[in-house]
Ligand binder design. Structure first.
Ligand code: NDP
Length: 279
């Protein structure tokens, strides 16, 4: 039809390497001082992007200076708290002052309480929802507000990308763990991602989530230390018969932050070694 822009064909000549590159893009990662968030930061730097890490921890990981040296990118840690809107807003303002813009954001800060439903105290449940839901909401809101304000650039002609970190626990109850408030919070995160994706779709901001299965981090190591037998389940439950390595998530993160996924929004990428397909 006459309404179709046939010059779209010119994009066929954009190479895969250039589509996946994060060169010139500024990516904010909450919870990036360690765990899964740290792996995301490393992935972004390796793909050429600058990284602003937002975390309650204040000691920069030894990897940060190595990444700056090896890849010529800027990596900076900001001590903040995703549950405190005013503090978090001030941190985002500082990031924009330091880096000039925000092209992508990964909301990876989270906690995973593991205690029977009937024993969860009101304070403990509130804390879980505060970090895992409200903190993710505030993070996405502040990132998207900046992305909507920005003009497209040479490095970012297609707008911003927000990734919320869900979990396979949002889909299936675990026989091995007590995750009542955690599962509830992750279900909320997945619904949030879909809603934000639709609200922001025509404002140049894409929103997706990544739902990992059992990944080897301090979080899962701490839980398996306190519960004999859990480590075996972490390894044997996935049809692939191994826990996820954090590097298993790097490709999905770079893909969703880059122009390679420019037409991809409102989705959840399940990276679980097959758990979601069947245990
Ligand atoms: P980690 O505990 O290793 O890392 C989480 C990071 O977030 C920590 O540095 C933590 O600091 C920080 N953090 C906690 N609260 C806040 C806050 N209020 N403000 C800012 N930063 C905060 O966890 P993982 O890397 O394992 O998990 C990251 C995300 O991935 C979480 O959302 C988790 O639910 C999700 N996930 C993890 C899976 C796994 O198997 N590991 C599986 C599925 C999902 P501190 O610890 O000092 O409080």
């Amino acid at each position: 039809s006459a309404d179709l822009d046939r010059s779209n064909d010119r994009y066929l000549h954009h190479t895969v390497q250039s589509l996946f590159s994060l060169k010139g893009k500024v990516i904010v990662i909450t919870g990036g001082a360690r765990g899964i968030g740290l792996a995301f930061g490393i992935a972004v730097a390796e793909a050429g992007g600058d990284v602003a890490v937002l975390d309650v921890l204040e000691t920069p990981h030894e990897h940060f200076s190595k990444l700056q040296n090896d890849y010529g990118v800027k990596v900076k840690l900001y001590k903040t708290d995703v549950t405190k809107f005013e503090i978090l807003k001030a941190t985002f303002d500082e990031v924009v002052e330091d880096f000039g813009r925000i092209d992508g954001c990964v909301a990876a800060a989270g906690i995973c309480p593991d205690q029977p439903f009937l024993e969860r105290s009101p304070e403990a449940v509130a804390r879980c929802f505060d970090i895992n839901i409200t903190g993710v909401f505030f993070t996405a809101q502040l990132a998207a507000a900046q992305m909507v304000r920005q003009k497209p650039t040479e490095f970012n002609p297609k707008g911003g990308s927000v990734i919320l970190i869900g979990s396979v626990a949002a889909y299936q109850a675990s026989k091995a763990q007590y995750l009542s408030d955690y599962c509830s919070s992750k279900g909320a995160v997945l619904s949030m991602a879909r809603e934000l994706a639709v609200e922001l779709a025509d404002r140049n901001v894409r929103v997706n989530s990544i739902s990992p299965g059992y990944m080897m981090t301090d979080m899962t190591l701490a839980i398996s230390d306190t519960r004999p037998g859990l480590a075996k389940i972490f390894v044997n439950e996935p049809p692939m018969k191994r826990m996820g390595d954090r590097t298993d998530l790097k490709g999905a993160c770079v893909y969703l932050l880059s122009d390679a996924s420019a037409y991809h929004t409102g989705d959840d990428l399940l990276i679980t070694g097959g758990i979601h397909a069947g245990r």
